[in-house]
Ligand binder design. Structure first.
Ligand SMILES: *[C@@H]1O[C@H](CO)[C@@H](O)[C@H](O)[C@H]1NC(C)=O
Length: 597
């Protein structure tokens, strides 16, 4: 990952603007510890540039570490680009250009320059980019700036406005909060330009046929299930992410999603004709955590060089304020799950690894959360997946990106590959629905994420052992060890008095916390990020594993619970099911059996 930052149309004199540019951009240096690049564009009335601009880039060098420095500048010096992310299809994009272009660097992001030359500041310029990216482009000839964010918001991006009419753009909120009176997250899948008909408006460029506006309620996709098609699409999504000029690895929790990622990488490596470094895999948990055990089993099976880290309750709890500062959220579930990830990122970095491939997004795409069991029909099921995907930039994308970037590690997420989504989201949602219970025969039974499990169920040449491929979901906060969430609740119980909690509404009228734990995170968040604009960048807290109002209606017992984690969703029935208190079980829900079709 990298950090990008810009100030447009500043009222500051150039020398001061440069100082401010450096000071703000420095706050992003954890994202890109390898190099910094600053570019100030001076005001020049004769060229119709009334105000100066500044563009900054903090680089994490993964592709072409020798010469891929940024901001990139076009050959004639008129266009400047600072980009964060990876464009996996950059070679294809170079080939498709009408005017042949000779790249000056090995950086995948350089392709933005010729694409801009060909398309200008348009939706078409970004439409064919495949990957995760946010970029800031400035064109001196037109005194124009053009900003874009990837389809899902895999990379973070914020935009803000200063009192003097300036516009700020930053990878993280921390570098613009002190400068802007008004700011917000930059909507995923959108562009923004200061010139043209739509000047100053966000325009959606990502308009997939399965949800052109990324809103629920559209027509249901109708593609029939074809295991091969899903498998090939996912394999492509994973292997195109193996592009790296520096050492990398995979995050492996031992759950289905990360194990599939690891299995595809391991297979690709083992079947290459040329030699390739062995795959590193990483896990973290409290001592004895289910994830540690499951991940080890997968790693042994795949033959990866496995690194299992443990953390203590104290280490986890001590880092909570840091996690909140890095993650820029007060969402309870995100903070609980981010902490082990944040601790692990530091260890990964210490190993000399700069990039990891990770399993985020599978639960949104395939309806893997346990409450999806309650979806009454295909439309509701589908709408919920679309809704979840459209909000992912505030939850798991944010968690994964910022927890890893806090230590200069780049995460890549193949389940959110736009081409893979095109296949997986066009699948008839009926095929993704969970089928089980007393009236469903064993042959017809489908557990959650059947569609992706079945795609990788190739007994003649298995990717994963059956007990992993068909292992039922572990909520992350439980997978890392059961003491973790309880410990966090205990701390909050001690720190937040009943009196404080009873009057939470007065102190936090917006998104009032519903638990003492939530109240505690809110207080910490407020110390780092005061003000209404900051609190409004975080979604509301009344949810179970970030589920929606829709899901609340599926089963009224969901909405009666204050605990926002998924672990009390009551349909959990793994070998660790004893952990769940009887009163959180949904009445009448039979304990499901591991089912394989
Ligand atoms: C491994 O992945 C690369 C990159 O996508 C691909 O070109 C290659 O064909 C794959 N190799 C095997 C043996 O699967």
């Amino acid at each position: 990952m990298c950090g990008i930052f810009a100030i447009f149309s500043s009222s500051l004199p150039e020398a001061d603007l440069r100082k401010e540019l450096i000071a703000c951009s420095q706050k992003l240096r954890h994202r890109g510890p390898d190099w910094s690049g600053y570019k100030v564009i001076e005001a020049d009335e004769s060229k119709n540039i009334p105000h100066p601009h500044g563009i900054a880039h903090e680089r994490l060098a993964i592709m072409d570490p020798e010469s891929g420095e940024q901001p990139l500048v076009s050959a004639d010096g008129s266009v400047v680009v600072a980009a964060n992310g990876e464009i996996y299809n950059y070679k294809e994009l170079y080939h498709e250009l009408k005017d042949p272009y000779t790249p000056q660097t090995g950086s995948d992001c350089e392709v933005i320059l010729p694409l801009y030359a060909e398309h200008g500041p348009t939706l078409d310029m970004v439409r064919n980019l495949r990957g995760m990216f946010s970029f800031i482009l400035y064109d001196r000839d037109a005194d124009l700036y053009f900003i874009a964010r990837d389809h899902m918001g895999i990379t973070p991006l914020y935009i803000g406005w200063g009192n003097d009419g300036s516009v700020y753009v930053a990878s993280e909120m921390k570098s613009l909060i002190d400068e802007c009176t008004k700011f917000q997250w930059f909507p995923p899948g959108h562009i923004y330009c200061n010139k043209g008909e739509k000047a100053g408006q966000f325009q959606r460029w990502y308009t997939p046929n399965w949800a052109p506006e990324m809103l629920p309620g559209g027509p249901l996709p109708k593609n029939h299930y074809q295991a091969d098609v899903i498998r090939h699409a996912f394999e492509r999504a994973v292997t195109r992410r193996m592009m790296s000029d520096v050492p990398w690895g995979v995050l492996l929790s031992g759950g289905l999603d990360s194990s599939l990622v690891a299995a595809v990488c391991a297979r690709n490596i083992s079947r290459r004709s040329t030699s390739f470094p062995k795959l590193h895999s990483f896990t973290i948990g409290l001592p004895g955590a289910p994830d540690l055990i499951a991940a080890k089993r997968v790693a042994d099976q795949l033959g990866t060089i496995h690194h299992a880290y443990t953390y203590t309750l104290e280490e986890g709890a001590d880092s909570i304020p840091d996690v909140i500062r890095c993650l820029e959220t007060y969402d309870v579930t995100t903070i609980r799950a981010s902490t082990p990830m944040y601790l692990m990122a530091r260890k990964i970095k210490a190993m000399g690894i700069k990039m990891v491939i990770s399993g985020e997004g599978a639960d949104e795409v395939f309806g893997g959360y346990l409450y999806f069991h309650k979806a009454p029909n295909a439309q509701e099921f589908f709408d919920e997946t679309v809704d979840k995907l459209s909000r992912l930039h505030m939850y798991d994308c944010l968690r994964c990106n910022k927890a890893m970037s806090a230590w200069g590690v780049e995460p890549r997420v193949p389940f959110l590959d736009a081409d893979f989504l095109q296949v997986a989201m066009n699948l008839d949602p009926e095929e993704k629905m969970i089928r089980k219970g007393p009236n469903v025969s064993k042959a017809d039974t489908r557990i959650e994420k059947w569609a992706i499990r079945k795609a990788f169920d190739t007994p003649e040449d298995p990717y994963l052992p059956d007990e992993i491929l068909w292992r039922q979901k572990e909520q992350f906060s439980d997978g890392v060890g059961y003491g973790w969430v309880d410990h966090l609740k205990e701390i909050a119980e001690k720190e937040i008095s009943d009196q404080m909690f009873a009057t939470a509404k007065n102190r936090f009228p917006h998104n009032t916390p519903t638990t003492k734990e939530g109240y505690r995170y809110r207080m910490i968040f407020e110390q780092f990020f005061p003000g209404e604009a900051a609190e409004r960048t975080v979604p509301g807290g009344k949810s179970i594993a970030c589920s929606t109002e829709r899901a609340m209606k599926w089963d009224e017992s969901f909405s009666k619970r204050a605990d926002p984690s998924g672990r009390s969703a009551g349909v959990h029935d793994s070998a660790y099911g004893d952990h769940f208190e009887a009163d959180t079980k949904i009445a009448g829900e039979p304990p499901s059996k591991k089912a394989k079709n």
